[in-house]
Write a protein that binds this ligand. Sequence first.
Ligand code: HEM
Length: 242
Amino acid sequence: MAAVDRLVAQRRREAAPAASRDMLDLLLAARDAETGEALGDGEVRDQAATMLFAGFETTARLLFWATWLLALDRLEQDRLRAEVAAFPPDRVSGLDDLQNWPRLRMVLLEALRLYPPGGMILREAVEPDEILGHAMSPGMHAWTSMWVLHRHRRFWEEPEAFRPGRFAGQFAPWTAGGAYMPFGAGPRICIGATFAMAEASIVLASLLARYEVAPADKRPVLPVGKMTTMPDHEPLFTLAPA
Ligand code: HEM
C-alpha cells in the first residue's frame, strides 16, 4: 500500500505525458458528475490497489500454472509451438488475431479449470434469504468454491486430467452459466476477463516461440489456496532455445 501511495503522490505532482496516460491518471482526473468532486487520495489508492491485485496477480498465477502444465506435457507444448510458429506473436495487432491460436486458448481455459487463480468467492447476506434450503440471516457468509466445481466428477470427465481438448470450439465458456466460472458469475463477474485472456495468450505464445520449457527437477508442485491459488514452492524451469 505504501508503494501505491508513493505512486499516487508522485503522479499528482507530475502528470504522465499524454502518450503514456494510464488508469491512475484517469482516476486522478475523474470528477463526480453531480458534485464535481475529485476522488480523495485514499480512494484513488484503494481503486489502484484493487486493479493491481485483481489484474496482476491473477493473470500471473494463470501463466504460472499453464507453463507448469505445459512443462509436464511436452506433446501439448510442441503442438502449441507449431501453432504459434504459424502465426508468430509479433503479428498480433488486435484481439481478432488471437483466433489464430485456438489450441493455446484451450490450454489456458483448461489451466483456469484445474487451477482457478481465484479459487473461491464470498458473498455476505444483506437481508434474510435462503440458499438451497439453508436460512441465511444478514451478515452470514456464503462461499462458492470454483476449485470444487471445476474438479467435480458430476460435471467433468476425468476431472483431474489436463485435457485441453475438452474446450474445443468454445471461446468464452465462463459465459455459459455452467460449472465453469474462473472469472466468477453474475453481476460481479470479472471485468478483466477478455484482457486477461489476451495478455496471457500473448505472453505464453512469446515464451513458447522462443523456448522449450521443462521442469528443472521432479518435485511435484502442489496448489495452495490463499488469496489466489498459489504453488507450494517456486519450482525452477529450464529453458532451451526452441
Ligand atoms: C486470469 C485472470 C483473472 C482471473 C482468474 C480473475 C478472476 C476474477 C473473479 C473470480 C472475480 C469475481 C470476484 C467475486 O465475484 O467476488 C473477479 C472480479 C474482478 N476482476 Fe478479475 N480476474 C482476472 C483478471 C483480471 C484483470 C486483468 C482485471 C483488470 C484489468 C480484473 C479486474 C477485476 C475487477 C475490478 C473485479 C471486480 C468486479 C466487480 O466486483 O464488479 N481481473 N475477477
